[in-house]
Design a protein around this ligand. Structure first.
Ligand code: C2E
Ligand code: CA
Ligand code: CA
Ligand code: CA
Length: 279
């Protein structure tokens, strides 16, 4: 039994060490990637449900790794948040979104772009968030062209620094979307109080609506409730025509998902918009 115990312990500690080593490697790799401009934003179209017109898009970060290929944000955002690198990634998202806004200003239908903002960008002692309005102004752009996607946790942090900054950004005119709605501890009172403009219904609700009556009822209820509070609804993860139809019938305002388009690299996204605009 002693032998086993010792083996067990040895295995456990070498696992931990391996994990720690991997984190250090990943961190080193990320720092190099920042210098080498390996982080790029992809843009996923968001359509107005009634017309299928592309009226918005969400910027989603990708790591173009020289040997691993495209690395998903799920693999590096958490570590970036722990190490404050998230501020630099947040700046990349903002800067590349501004670039796309500049390129699409002459389009008949102006786009509203959304970017994901980490709670860490709000809570850190120093933040670049409050410099964004000024940077937009330099390009004759206004905050209402951007939607900041935040998660419910941020809204629940009470009287802190984060909430003051959020209030400030709303005053400056940025639109706010509550991401992954229904998956956390949403407080409807906060929704109203914070002047949120959109809620995003999480993919895990959308997934079930074709086959599961309860999921459909949940989506319908979230949409009704949001509308009664004066909020607009974006459903994410729409993959089929049936899901599109059901959500459209339920009064959902905007849709996002592979059914319309996957996230696209900037040039492809602009091409896609150009083709659609000519039709
Ligand atoms: P999210 O904000 O909930 O983004 C939606 C995710 O769903 C994206 O994954 C998108 O590619 C994916 N998606 C959209 N439509 C479909 C669909 O029809 N089917 C399926 N299977 N997936 C769909 P992605 O790009 O891998 O991003 C994952 C998460 O990483 C995001 O979830 C967000 O929380 C985070 N993230 C992405 N970019 C950024 C960023 O620039 N900053 C921060 N802080 N977080 C980011
Ligand atoms: Ca999002
Ligand atoms: Ca989401
Ligand atoms: Ca999600």
């Amino acid at each position: 039994a002693k032998q086993l115990g010792r083996n067990g312990f040895a295995l456990f500690s070498s696992d931990l060490r391996e994990q720690a080593e991997q984190r250090i490697l990943l961190l080193k790799d990320m720092r190099q990637a920042l210098c080498a401009n390996q982080f790029v934003m992809y843009f996923q179209p968001i359509v107005t449900m009634q017309t299928m017109e592309i009226t918005k898009a969400e910027a989603l970060i990708r790591w173009q790794h020289p040997t691993k290929g495209i690395v998903s944000p799920a693999e590096f955002i958490p570590l970036a948040e722990e190490t404050q690198l998230i501020h630099q990634l947040g700046e990349i998202a903002f800067t590349q979104a501004v670039d796309v806004l500049k390129q699409t200003q002459h389009f008949k239908n102006k786009l509203q772009l959304s970017i994901n903002v980490s709670p860490v960008q709000f809570s850190a002692k120093h933040t670049t968030l409050l410099a964004w309005q000024g940077q937009l102004a330099k390009h004759q752009l206004t905050p209402d062209m951007l939607v900041l996607e935040i998660t419910e946790g941020l809204m629940m942090q009470g009287e802190g620094r984060s909430q003051k900054r959020l209030t400030k950004l709303i005053q400056q005119g940025f639109a706010i979307a509550l991401d992954d709605f229904g998956t956390g501890y949403s407080s409807l009172a906060y929704l109203k109080q914070m002047d949120t403009e959109f809620i995003k219904i999480d993919k895990r609700f959308v997934d079930g609506i074709e086959h599961n009556e309860e999921d459909l009822v949940l989506c319908e209820t979230m949409i009704l409730m949001a509308h009664q509070l004066g909020l607009k609804v974006i459903a994410e993860g729409i993959e089929t025509a049936t899901q599109h139809e059901l959500l459209k019938q339920a009064g959902c305002d905007f849709g996002q998902g592979y059914f319309y388009s996957k996230p696209l690299p900037v040039e492809m996204f602009i091409d896609h918009l150009n083709t659609r605009n000519k039709q």
